[in-house]
Design a protein around this ligand. Sequence first.
Ligand SMILES: N[C@@H](CCC(=O)N[C@@H](CS)C(=O)NCC(=O)O)C(=O)O
Length: 224
Amino acid sequence: MSRTVVELFYDVVSPYSWLGFEVLCRYQHIWNIDLRFRPAFLGGIMQATGNKPPAMLPKRAEYLRKDIKRMAKYYQVPVTVPEDVFQRILGKNTLGAMRFITATDMTQPKYLETLSREFWLRFWSQHEDVSEVESILAVAEKAGLSSELTQKVLEMISSPAVKNRLKETTEEAIKYGAFGMPAVVAHVNGKPHLFFGSDRLELLASIIGEKWLGPVPSVPNPKM
Ligand SMILES: N[C@@H](CCC(=O)N[C@@H](CS)C(=O)NCC(=O)O)C(=O)O
């Protein structure tokens, strides 16, 4: 049976995208899916759809802090939430990081998974900057990119090819109906199905005819 294509549109500014990313990374070895990472720009999606970061509503910000903390524990992803988290995020821009990830995808896609995870670890676990060049270099090194590759990718990030690719991916997510992230698109019988949120993967499983084994599935033992 051919594998179901599942696209994950994400931005490393989004903690919920990290949760969804890790769960799908686990399931890509269990479900009959072809998981495709689609680095995109959340700021562009917000702007195009007229949406706003949910934490701009103070009561929701208060809730989100607790929600992310509980989800991190339940999903076993080391997202941690500092007190000033949303002021910090609202003033930060991940465009450079997302261009770096995009350029890596265009050059050496095998690093995409590790590189994205390292950006999230730095931003959402260690609460360190990801917008300065030195920060991006530190992340690239952690992800195992050679200094030659890092240099090459850095030189690419201001090129029209990379800017356009990130823009096109963002537009594609919007075309599927995305208004936030993570945006997960499953292609079933030639039809795209959009899911919003790391908390909709159980529903995704049901639509693609796979079994949901919770956010931390153990790989089934083939001998049993
Ligand atoms: N319930 C969702 C929440 C996802 C979420 O709030 N994502 C943020 C970015 S981190 C977003 O894009 N929100 C847009 C919105 O809520 O309209 C989940 O568990 O993943």
